[in-house]
Design a protein around this ligand. Structure first.
Ligand SMILES: [Zn+2]
Length: 443
């Protein structure tokens, strides 16, 4: 049993002062009192916010962060970036994937993420395509060793175009038949550690047919997290319109009962009807603003989506940066640039952008039931970020001003991330060495 006292802490309802909590051995909060007094043995923390769930990760892509920022054609785009990404996807084996994920998951913890949804599609082992287990196993082990909560999302990825065109050579490692997928899923269920989950995942409407999605859902049941990339690129919307006469989100809702188990990753290009469909369904829009900016995807219709009480989560996706504060910064800035306004993400109850977006992203994830709650309420996991109030930038600021400063000015002003009430330690030399050795082989 551990106990903590916070001078200020962020709850879903807003900032509270003088918060005292008890935490059990498993890292779950068993009592929480605001306007309290510290006990003798409490660990005292000045200011803290809930740690952030990371709703979308392709962990191997961290190895190419910063290495695709050069011209390859007249019109570089998501699609030309994807060719470079495939080169990396096709040289990583399971041992290397372990070292990458082990290091990168630890980076996530240090930056304030508490959990990760790994959207995992490199199924076939390098040089041994019959082995579809080792790559997933590397992710499971790395997350466990790093101490990050994992939702593993084995991806169904079967075709290269919505018209059913088979996968290209560079996509062959991703392929699983429906029965391969179901078999892998059922086998992975038995390989998870405590605190790890599995979710069903369809790469996109261009990569899996509706029929095959239905077969998998019928076989595995609906009571899992379900993730899909959707409406990330205008070309994808156009393809769907051409083949189905419907836009991607409309087509998805036309075919499935989308509910709060679903995470729609990106959902960038939405018309009013689609905004309404997602918001009403309780599904999450899984926004990855830094990656979306890096890939030139477009701008999510955030104000209208919030007006309709849509839920969001954030993800670091390609890991061009791993930093939840910067994700929220660019999310807000993209809106300001487009709308030529300031302070877009706020409402009458929560006027500060940092607090508004942070709470929306953390509680959106929690409401979906896909992640345990982070924060300071009874039943939450004791997963939080201690803000470094000694940083000169934060002199004399209250909690909501501190969080705005972290989002807009300097996200380095965090002291540490606590997971299950334990401070996350820095990466040790051996981890760094293993990661560097792996990068040397891949670059
Ligand atoms: Zn993705």
């Amino acid at each position: 049993m551990k106990s903590f006292f916070f001078h200020e802490a962020l709850f879903p309802s807003g900032w509270s002062k003088d918060v005292r909590i008890d935490v059990d051995e498993k890292g779950t909060i068993t009592s929480s009192v605001v306007n309290s007094m510290p006990n003798e043995n409490d660990e005292i923390i000045n200011c803290a916010i809930p740690a952030m769930p990371n709703c979308h990760s392709h962990v191997f892509q961290r190895t190419m962060a910063g290495l695709t920022e050069y011209k390859t054609s007249e019109n570089d785009s998501f699609w030309s970036w994807r060719n470079l990404m495939y080169e990396y996807a096709n040289k990583i084996n399971s041992e290397q994937l372990y070292h990458i994920a082990r290091y990168v998951y630890h980076e996530m913890l240090l930056c304030g993420y508490s959990s990760v949804c790994e959207f995992h599609y490199i199924h076939r082992e390098l040089n041994n395509p019959e082995d579809t287990n080792s790559m997933s196993q590397a992710i499971i082990q790395a997350a466990h060793d790093a101490g990050i909560e994992l939702t593993l999302l084995p991806v169904l990825y079967q075709q290269s175009h919505v018209d059913g065109t088979p996968l290209t050579k560079s996509q062959e490692r991703f392929y699983l038949s429906n029965s391969d997928y179901i078999e892998l899923y059922q086998s992975l269920e038995k390989q998870l550690y405590e605190c790890q989950k599995l979710g069903i995942c369809f790469h996109s409407l261009r990569a899996v047919s509706i029929e095959n999605m239905q077969i998998v859902l019928d076989e595995l049941g609906n009571n899992h997290p379900i993730h899909i990339h959707i409406s990330e690129q205008v070309a994808e919307v156009e393809q769907l319109l051409e083949h189905t006469n419907m836009r991607p989100v409309e087509y998805l809702f036309h075919n499935f009962e989308v509910n709060s188990n679903w995470s729609l990753i990106h959902a960038t290009h939405l018309n009013d009807n689609e905004i309404n469909l997602i918001a009403k369904s309780g599904a999450i829009a899984g926004l990855c603003p830094m990656t979306e900016a890096n890939l030139g995807d477009g701008v999510f219709p955030l104000p209208e989506y919030f007006r309709q009480n849509g839920k969001i989560a954030i993800g670091s996706d390609s890991h061009i940066v791993i930093n939840p504060f910067q994700e929220l910064q660019i999310l807000e800035y993209s809106q300001r640039l487009q709308l030529r306004q300031r302070v877009v993400s706020s409402n009458s109850k929560t006027s500060h952008v940092g607090t508004f977006l942070w709470n929306n992203a953390v509680s959106g994830s929690k409401l979906s039931g896909q992640f345990c709650g982070n924060g300071f309420n009874v039943g939450d996991k004791a997963n939080w970020i201690e803000i470094d109030t000694h940083n000169p930038l934060l002199t004399n600021l209250n909690g909501e001003q501190c969080l705005d400063t972290l989002v807009f000015v300097d996200s380095n002003a965090i002291a540490s991330t606590y997971i299950n009430a334990h401070k996350t330690e820095k990466q040790n030399d051996k981890l760094i060495e293993n990661y560097k050795k792996t990068l040397k082989l891949l670059r």
